[in-house]
Design a protein around this ligand. Sequence first.
Ligand SMILES: Nc1ncnc2c1ncn2[C@@H]1O[C@H](COP(=O)(O)OP(=O)(O)O)[C@@H](O)[C@H]1O
Ligand SMILES: [Mg+2]
Length: 252
Amino acid sequence: MNAILTLENVSADLGGMLVINDVSMSIPVGQIVGLIGPNGSGKSTLLNLIGGTLRPLRGSIAFDGREISRLKPDAIFRLGIGRAFQDPALFVNMSVLDNTILPIQGQRGETPWNAPRRHLWVHEEQGNALSAQDALAQVNLDGHTRKLASDLSGGQMKLLEIARSTMGAPRLLLLDEPTAGVAPRLARQIFEQINEMRHTLGLTFLIVEHRLDILFDFADTVYVMHQGGILMHGTPDAVAADRQVREVYIGY
Ligand SMILES: Nc1ncnc2c1ncn2[C@@H]1O[C@H](COP(=O)(O)OP(=O)(O)O)[C@@H](O)[C@H]1O
Ligand SMILES: [Mg+2]
C-alpha cells in the first residue's frame, strides 16, 4: 500500500526523559488512521514530532518520500501536513470566517484572499485548495461565517478548528482528540464530517482519539501506543480483540 507518511525507529525525549521509544509506523494514503493509548503514552508528542514542533533524537520521518524530521513547522505545513489541536486555539472576538483565514495570513504575510489562491497556484496539482468559505462548508459551518467564534457551541468550535486545519490544501491532517469535550451525538457527526472530507478532498487523517467506539467505526487502521512505543497496529477489529491491548486499557 502507498504510504503518505512513514516513521522509522523514531525516538524523542522531553526534559531528559525518553518519551518516544523506537516508533515505526506507516500511514497509507487516503486512510483514517487512529492513534490510541492510555494517558501519557506519547500520542500528542508523536503528533508534535510529525508536525515539527519537536525534533526526534533518532529516526526518520518521511512525508511523501521526503525526510521532514529536521524541518521547521511552517515548512512542514507548506509541504502539506495540517494540524488541529486538542484545545481549539480560536480568537473568540473574531468572526468564524476570520478565524479560518488567519493561519494562512500569518504563514505567508499576504492578503487573506491572495494567500489561498497563491497556494492553489503553487500546488496546482492538488486542485482542491480551499477558500475559507469552502472549508467552512465542509463542516456545515457556512451558515455561521459572520458569527463571533465565542458564539459557537463546543462542538462547532472543534469543527471550526478542523476547517481551519484544511486551509492551505493539506494532504495529511493530524487531529488531536477532535471530539474532546463534545456530546456523544455531535462527536459522531464530527467523524462523519471527517470521513466525508477524506473522500471529497482526498485527505489522509492521523487522529488521536479516546472515544474508541466512535473511532473504531471510522478508522481503517489503529495504532496502539503504550509507554512511548507502539504496542500493536491493525484493523479496529483486530485491535479490539487483542489481549495485550485490553490489558493496557484496564484501569484506564
Ligand atoms: N513538556 C514536557 N516535559 C516533560 N515531559 C513531558 C512534557 N509533555 C509531556 N511529557 C511527558 O511525555 C509523556 C507523553 O506525553 P503525551 O505525549 O502528552 O501523552 P498522551 O498525549 O498520550 O497523553 C508523558 O509521560 C508526559 O508526562
Ligand atoms: Mg495527548
